[in-house]
Write a protein that binds this ligand. Sequence first.
Ligand code: KIV
Ligand code: ZN
Length: 523
Amino acid sequence: MAPSQDKDRVILFDTTLRDGEQSPGISLNAQEKLEIAQQLARLGVDVIEAGFPIASPGDFAAVQAIARGVEGPVIAGLARAFPEDINTAFAALKEAERLRIHTFISTSDIHIQHQMQNTRDDVRRMAREAVAHARSFCEDVEFSPMDATRSDVEFTAEIVQIAIEEGATTINIPDTVGYAVPHEYAAFLTRLYELVPGLRDVVVSVHCHDDLGLAVANSIAGVLAGARQVECAVNGIGERAGNAALEEIIMLIATRQAELGVHTGAVTQEIARTSRIVSRLTGYPVAPNKAIIGRNAFAHESGIHQDGVLKERSTFEIMDARAVGLDSNQLVLGKHSGRHALAQALAELGYEVSGPTLNQAFRRFKEIADKKKQVTAMDLEALLTDELREAAEEDGYTLEYFDVESSTRRPPHAKVGVRVPGGEVLEGSFGGDGPIDAIFHAINVATGVDARLREFRIGAVTGGQDALGETSIVVEVAGLSGSGQGVSTDIVEAAARGYVRALSNAVRRGRSEGEGAAVAGTP
Ligand code: KIV
Ligand code: ZN
């Protein structure tokens, strides 16, 4: 059932790890997904859609790890309206404290005729059987008529009625292709409430895509029409132009609560950190002018604005940067801090780290503290994400050492050692056009993997000349992409780490897709 009985409480259903992960170039491994899910729990979302378990063994393993390891939110898994999908979703979710099966089938004629190549009668039967089957496993079942906003509203109502009769507890109305405009989306929901009185006894949910830039506006229009669950993704990532941005939904509801008359259970101060972790792990940067979490979202350039804010903040600011956690960059550790102080600082940031991971994080912290005047919360967060990734690479590739010789007279020459699956360290060397080009080729030589660089971004974790450098890399291996990130005070090392991880993720993805079932009709 709904996590809350409060009629004005909007349930936050986060789909970063399912719809968000379907963004091109994103390939998170199970450890990375678990880390994001733990942060989503700290942010206070009510439901985490952890993945689509039948899609691949990797998806299954990640959903299972989240179901086992994340406390607080309901953990949901997606399933098409097929018994095998639903069985697999339940198998992945069954150890969760609270679980939900989310099953869906398209109701638009375009999808019925061209994508599924069946009939409205098939949809009636499959929807009924799917919800009944999911309810045989658990009480919390969500049903979505996919492409609802391009469907005949009467037929959608019929299918929604069937889903409610079979025991669906949440009915989600997706604007799958991001086609709706707010008043039209609200009118669609209003008409469904008229046609299906039983909708008032279940939670109605909105799920909007951003193809026309209206995902958040449509979602809020849906809430005003009566919906009490919003499906969204951190930083607005997702299929094509993405999903409604979670941080925008939270802050819109928090800032305009009096007008909207609803609230959420989010811990808004965790927004900035959640955004940074998702951006770092997915390799999707956040635009500087992005609402709520862009680095300029609270910056004032014009003299008139600066003057106004200095006199009275509310002249040009409608939110406080502290409310979204954008002030969390205070100094937390000094050069002489010990292992215990590091463990405590990490615990304050929400990371319980011990054993070899703590030792490794401490070694990296000391290296950074030697080079940087101040080690901030954001540095620690970046460093730990980097270490957790390293620890998760048991079946993958890790950078053991590297060296680049370069002079003004000779092209740079790189030598690397890469630990390959099985534990052996293989060496490779290469002379390239520049140090980074040389090192990437040397990694290909060492691993024997023909990885092609597709995207390469460099950024700084914080400001200042001694800032930690952060790279975000996408490579392609045999037609499959993988992304990886690296953090170091030395930008060449950050690039090498990011490249090895991207290569590792692409190879792992190839293995997993080779083993997995082909999933047609994936939303
Ligand atoms: O966009 C969509 O229709 C979906 C459904 C599976 C809810 O993602
Ligand atoms: Zn979607």
